[in-house]
Design a protein around this ligand. Sequence first.
Ligand code: PLP
Length: 382
Amino acid sequence: MKFPREGRPREEVLEMLENITSIDLSFSSDRILGSMCTMPHPLAIEVFCRYIDRNLGDPGLHPGTRRIEKEVIEMLSDLLHLEKGYGHIVSGGTEANILAVRAFRNLSDSERPELILPKSAHFSFIKAGEMLGVKLIWAELNPDYTVDVRDVEAKISDNTIGIVGIAGTTGLGVVDDIPALSDLAREYGIPLHVDAAFGGFVIPFAKALGYDIPDFDFKLKGVESITIDPHKMGMAPIPAGGIVFRRKKYLKAISVLAPYLAGGKVWQATITGTRPGASVLAVWALIRHLGFEGYKEIVRRAMELSRWFAGEIKKMQNAWLVREPVLNIVSFKTKNLSRVERALKAKGWGISAHRGYIRIVFMPHVTKSMLEMFLKDLRGVL
Ligand SMILES: Cc1ncc(COP(=O)(O)O)c(C=O)c1O
């Protein structure tokens, strides 16, 4: 498409957009079952639109927004059992993970840095390894899909700059044995990063509801950084990932001087320069509005739906759970999986099966009636 010489009237442009995006699925279209994002909370949408011009890349211009980001990091730290944390709201879990690996690498003196991570880790670490010149050392998984801690230990070398544990794997929602990884990290004097991009806004509330899930946060002394994404179960608008470090030295190790800004010089730790203050304000508003009890209610509903759905899968002849759910994710296999996937997609379902199973994520927009429709279609297809 060519860059247009003349502009078109507003209404016409909006209509063109409406036509083209009419083929998109929306989180309000009752069809998306395989995404870790959701329809943002209405308050977050309102705040996001109201403060759309705030740029945290130049925080001197927006000191109120900068203060709000500090408060968000304080509240996330508190949720994760850390009295004072250091971090940012960033573009997503990918950037958060890259920042953690960058901090570990910058603080190590290894010339051939290596990062040990579970085979279940998110592909963002592949980007991190490639960009930062860090070799990824993949640790094996146990039969229950948690990382094999003995294999992690066997892979530690003089070049190990950090260990990664996952609190809510992308595929299955499994939580690694973070307490054991933390002990290992302390024993060898290596920092542990926990990728709780998904689980960070689930586990604290699920534990409060009585679900038996291992500790995963700064309560464990070996944990030096945590990724926790408000734009997943936090119900914030995209983009809103989160990174929290236990110590200031990590942020300092990745900060670069931004000398020319209108608001004055600042040290900048994020990958992005210009970045949306509106996201941060929306996260703050949501946390203040929902509080721990509000998020607990959202998680209670999601966990209950996931257990009910897993029970329905167990009743089927041609479908099997990959494992019992830990968080609000249920993954199952079927006979002729790729044909089943194609048939379900043809019926409009937003699911994927590329890992060898179908993954359903029980996000806040997922309702029981939606799941009943899906199960009906699944039974029909099978
Ligand atoms: C465990 C985990 N970490 C990191 C990410 C990356 O997050 P984002 O897509 O926000 O960059 C994801 C995304 O699904 C994830 O599941």
